[in-house]
Design a protein around this ligand. Sequence first.
Ligand code: NAD
Length: 257
Amino acid sequence: MSRLEGKVAIITGAASGMGLAGAKLFANEGAKVVATDVVGDVLDERVKEIVANGGEAIAYHLDVSQPDSWNEVVEKTVEKYGKIDILVNNAGIHMAKGILEAELDDWNKVMAINSTGVWLGMKTVIPHMQQNGGGSIVNTSSIAAIVGGVADAGGAAYSASKGAVRALTKHAAQWFGTDNIRVNSVHPGAIFTGMVEKAGIHSQEEMGSNYDGKAALKPYAGEAQDIANAYLYLASDESKYVTGLELVVDGGWTTNS
Ligand code: NAD
């Protein structure tokens, strides 16, 4: 039996990396996937591939930092599928600048996408989940929200933005538990994705070699599928008594910090 049969799932940042791996996995598990991203053409191509493989998925343009964009996507989703069961707030950007290097515009940009985007997603989707009798929200944070030892990789605004996601997740878990809405965060360690490729790293092994001695498990960096698997567990009814959890997927990095 498919683990998400009949569920409607919105995933943000689904054109690349963890969001794309999640969209494919959710479709394989029977979900109707609303794959969203700020990039258009790439997303359309990826969604066509999911559909060609027998999955049910649709591509909608969404800039997570914009309330109007959220309203449009949520309206279209409810019009098409009648409900929203799952929201994966996965979209995010990376910026490695430290406290002294970052300018105010850098800070605001990272916070707008990584933190405000998560709040806006929950604010727009939760009323529909309340009407529908519940739902599951998965927010992507980072180990940068837990330990300072990734400051070199994460940057100041990045770490702060992911800390906000961690706190917001716990707040929402408490606030909406009586509505049967579960809210959990996933905290990836070093994971080889498009985000990392943009920073000039070409393989999971190369990424891992930069972090020798940080993670416990070789090759010291994970892959997008490792995070998609965490998304699936938290989205599915298998985690029906789990809320407010920080699910760390880091090959053991934070056990050494
Ligand atoms: P990625 O760059 O491969 O994918 C991120 C996607 O988000 C892209 O498709 C991008 O177009 C989209 N996006 C960017 N800005 C957006 C916006 N304003 N609105 C909508 N979509 C937008 O990155 P990834 O590594 O798969 O990252 C996924 C999440 O995991 C992010 O939140 C990231 O911060 C987090 N994370 C990544 C790592 C890592 O090592 N890769 C570690 C910890 C946390």
